[in-house]
Ligand binder design. Structure first.
Ligand SMILES: [Zn+2]
Length: 290
């Protein structure tokens, strides 16, 4: 059984929460194509299929890119329409985001039926867990938005780090959950929870430590890696941020991150998340007990 998935959050660098409200989009280049095309070439060379959680605005502005992603056998998931975090939305506004995303899929990707969702900025928490019911009513089968560690911006302390059926507090399991949750992979070592699966940690920790952490995490259930195309782009625009935010946002982006991805591809057999969770659309939780 394959126990590893690669997920790509397909968005522009300016969708990141630290930048989202600071940029004049009309005057900026979104860099989506130069960031994503080399990644697609790399995955095609390696014969690897990933899950792309796509922002609806990207389908609208780059339909040919997303059509190529479908054609090359990757899974399409939803990363909202406009990348506003759940804590900025009402239930009705979130439903509207999903409706606008579906309209884009129907218009540009006929026949594609996204089954997975990832919340912008991992904004699923006990106060926004109502989103899971909205997703289930819209036909989604799994969510991948829980970050099992509290950070200054997001995260749920004490949440599981392998697929489970989430109770409203997102920490406990509940067989009546509306939808499967596949949280971000974390390596639990003593009292520490280290999210070795993406973002700042994946760019900063020594690679042998990351591979060890991922293999340890794999003993408890399937693992998921996440990354953004802009992290692989050597020319991602550097915006003026505080020294701390700049380090978190840009350290080891570009060629260094590409080498890290290649090392991950050397070490794991990745499959789309929907395939790991169950054949076709019949999602099961056979891995969740581990
Ligand atoms: Zn995102």
């Amino acid at each position: 059984m394959t126990r590893a998935a690669l997920s790509i959050d397909l968005e522009s660098y300016w969708h990141a929460e630290l930048l989202r409200k600071r940029i004049d989009r009309s005057a900026a280049d979104d860099r989506v194509l130069p960031a994503t095309l080399p990644l697609l070439d790399l995955l095609a060379d390696r014969g690897v299929h990933a899950t792309f959680f796509v922002v609806g605005e990207i389908i609208e502005t780059h339909p040919a890119l997303v059509q190529r992603i479908v054609r090359e056998g990757h899974e399409i998931g939803c990363h909202s329409f406009s990348h506003r975090p759940l804590w900025d939305l009402s239930e009705a506004q979130f439903d509207e985001e999903l409706a606008r995303f579906s309209d884009m899929v129907e218009r540009h990707l006929p026949g594609v039926k996204p089954r997975g969702f990832r919340a912008p900025t991992f904004s699923l928490s006990p106060t926004t867990a109502w989103a899971l019911g909205v997703l289930a009513r819209r036909g989604y089968r799994y969510d991948s938005s829980v970050f099992p560690l509290r950070t200054p911006l997001y995260g749920v302390a004490g949440a599981p780090s392998a697929p489970y059926l989430p109770a409203p507090n997102l920490v406990d399991s509940d067989p009546a959950a509306p939808i499967v949750e596949w949280p971000m992979t974390a390596w639990r070592v003593g009292p520490l929870t280290i999210p070795v699966c993406g973002g700042f940690y994946l760019r900063v920790l020594p690679m042998p430590l990351i591979l060890h952490g991922l293999r340890q995490a794999q003993k408890r259930g399937p693992i998921v890696i996440y990354l953004h195309p802009w992290e692989l782009d050597p020319d991602t625009p550097r915006l003026p941020l505080s020294r701390r935010d700049s380090f978190i946002t840009y350290h080891n982006t570009g060629a260094a991150m590409r080498r890290r991805l290649e090392t991950l591809l050397d070490n794991f057999d990745f499959t789309p998340m929907g395939d790991v969770l169950g054949a076709g659309n019949a999602l099961t939780l056979q891995d969740a007990a581990g």
